[in-house]
Design a protein around this ligand. Structure first.
Ligand code: ZN
Length: 318
């Protein structure tokens, strides 16, 4: 074996070993110093007729190992699920899931992501609205947790409905970044930029109380994308939810806490340090508030515990 072949073989071997190591279990160290204090606040008073539900628009079959370090080879269903809040002041969707043209939209995804997960469309939101006694006209907006393709595909079917984003996320969409390719390709949507005028909220620096009654509160949580957010939703039945987008793909990311393996971070995260900081905050929040239902956008084990939006009693008649 020539010296060059030997060195190349050794380098490839070391590279593969390092890659394999990057999938091994490693929890983030929960150092509470320097973390903002997580203050359980007084419970808000959501209107009695506010309803929370979920639309399932599709899924991807993948493995836990891609979602968090130490995940192993067990199969996971990554749901493309859209939470809907029917509030007397307006109906909000959280993300748009897979739309009617999802197969075409999926072509904007990097090759490595396409080959590591299989896409299965279910029913786009636009085709589920009537079953939930909703019409596009009743939608006050689609609040994006972030602008990656699997969260914006359904926007193509909802043109005219306001799309709520932070200025940082809108800048990301217009930046030419490959991870925002589909959002940019969708062209001019009816974007509504909101700001975080409210004070600290549950360990996060700033907040925006959407309806002024504490029922829906948005906080900035950049990292996965520059302008990612978390939405806290407090339902009149006493359930509180934290829609965390893709900060973690599966709940173990918060429970352990553990970040995505290196390869996944490289493919999808804008700022891995920002994601780690948010995971730690959420881990502490879950410790302080065990009843809070933390909802990673793609953990169907969690989203299927929410009421189906199309069930007659889940959402009030429009
Ligand atoms: Zn996603």
């Amino acid at each position: 074996m020539s010296r060059t072949v030997w060195i190349t073989t050794a380098a490839i071997g070391l590279g593969l070993a390092a890659l394999a190591w990057s999938f091994t279990p490693q929890s983030l160290s929960v150092a509470v110093e320097g973390m903002p204090e997580v203050m359980p606040m007084t419970r808000p008073q959501p209107p009695a007729d506010m309803r929370v539900g979920v639309f399932q628009t599709g899924h991807m079959d993948s493995k836990a190992l891609f979602a968090y370090r130490g995940g192993g080879f067990d199969d996971r269903v990554f749901g493309m699920d859209v939470v809907v809040v029917d509030h007397p002041q307006g109906v909000l969707l959280f993300d748009a899931g897979f739309g009617r043209k999802v197969e075409e939209h999926a072509k904007t995804v990097p090759w490595l992501m396409r080959v590591t997960s299989k896409i299965t469309p279910e029913v786009p939101v636009i085709d589920q609205l009537s079953g939930a006694s909703l019409s596009p006209e009743r939608l006050r907006g689609v609040v994006l947790t972030h602008a990656h393709w699997d969260h914006v595909s359904g926007l193509d079917d909802l043109r005219g409905v306001p799309v709520w984003v932070t200025q940082r996320e809108l800048d990301f969409i217009h930046s030419g970044h490959p991870a925002a390719r589909l959002a940019a390709q969708l062209g001019e949507l009816h974007y509504e930029v909101y700001d975080f005028g409210g004070g600290p909220y549950w360990g996060f620096a700033k907040s925006h109380d959407v309806f002024g009654d504490g029922s829906v509160v948005l906080v900035p949580a950049g990292g996965h994308t520059p302008g990612s957010i978390i939405a806290f939703i407090h339902a009149p039945d006493g359930h509180s939810y934290a829609l965390i987008g893709d900060l973690a793909w599966q709940h173990e990311g918060i429970d352990i806490p553990a970040e995505r393996p290196w390869m996944s971070r490289l493919l999808v995260d804008d700022d891995a340090a920002g994601v780690r900081a948010a995971l730690l905050r959420l881990h502490l929040l879950q410790r302080a508030m065990p009843d809070l239902i933390i909802v990673p956008a793609h953990d169907r084990r969690v989203t299927r515990t929410l009421p189906p939006a199309t069930r007659a009693d889940a959402l009030k008649k429009g």
